[in-house]
Design a protein. Structure first.
Length: 253
């Protein structure tokens, strides 16, 4: 049933008042807006290293959840020499995931465990959807003072994985007026800021009410001294995705 105008007004008025005191609620509201399932997107990536050298990459990506199993397919479009290389990542709830890589040059598919090192090797970085899909009971939330980012007043809270002391430690900055995640700051076990991810140009996902996607993402990695700019070229809802859409087949050359 549609709530009365008065009830909606009261909810809208009270949410900003308690959100900063309840970072878990703020986090949930922020990530619930994001499109993280049954989706297709294309992105261009520009990586600048400490010497100013620039690498360009481009991917077409499919993402879907089947029960508690999450699948991601990344098809490389740039550079030209790697075009067609396809990576499928399968994440399971209670065990380590699997990475499959298809290489057109030899037609072979190789498999490996989805360890952090292997995820880095295949070019898969931590994304907002990783947090959206994580069990909130495994996370600790702590509110911090409000901050301003690019003229936007932001709720600030720290998130850590209490089930894994060496796991995620991050600070989220969420715009007060929209609940858009504006920035994520990551920290190592010593508390050093290792990277900053900035998200902007949020746009509605066509055909899906209430879902949005940041079209521009910038990552500053202080450990590697690199800067990565990601431009989402298009995003679309793919409700008909099936598990077989993520199956890789070897080919004969």
């Amino acid at each position: 049933m549609i709530k009365s105008f008065l009830s909606l007004y009261m909810i809208a008025c009270t949410l900003p008042a308690f959100a900063q005191d309840d970072p878990k609620r703020t986090f949930t509201r922020a990530v619930d807006q994001l499109m993280t399932d049954r989706m297709e997107l294309s992105m261009d990536i520009e990586i600048t290293d400490e010497k100013g050298r620039v690498k360009e990459k481009a991917y077409d990506i499919l993402m879907a959840k089947f029960g508690e199993v999450e699948k991601t397919m990344m098809v490389m479009q740039k550079p030209e020499r790697a075009k067609g290389v396809t990576v499928v990542i399968t994440n399971f709830p209670e065990k380590i995931g699997v990475i499959e890589v298809y290489t057109p040059a030899n037609g072979k598919v190789r498999k490996m465990e989805a360890t952090p090192e292997n995820m880095e090797r295949v070019g898969s970085n931590i994304t907002v959807s990783s947090y959206a899909s994580q069990d909130l009971d495994d996370l600790d939330f702590a509110a911090a003072h409000k901050q301003e980012v690019d003229g936007k007043s932001c709720y600030t809270f720290r998130v850590s994985d209490h089930a894994d002391p060496a796991g995620m430690k991050a600070e989220f900055l969420v715009e007060e007026s929209t609940y858009h995640i504006v920035q994520i700051r990551f920290f190592d076990e010593q508390g050093n800021n290792t990277s900053i991810t900035s998200l902007s140009d949020y746009q509605a996902v066509p055909g899906v009410k209430g879902k949005i996607q940041p079209m521009q993402i910038e990552v500053k990695d202080f450990k590697e001294n690199t800067q990565t700019k990601i431009q989402i070229q298009q995003v679309s809802h793919r409700p008909g995705l099936k598990e077989e859409d993520f199956v890789l087949h070897e080919t004969s050359n």
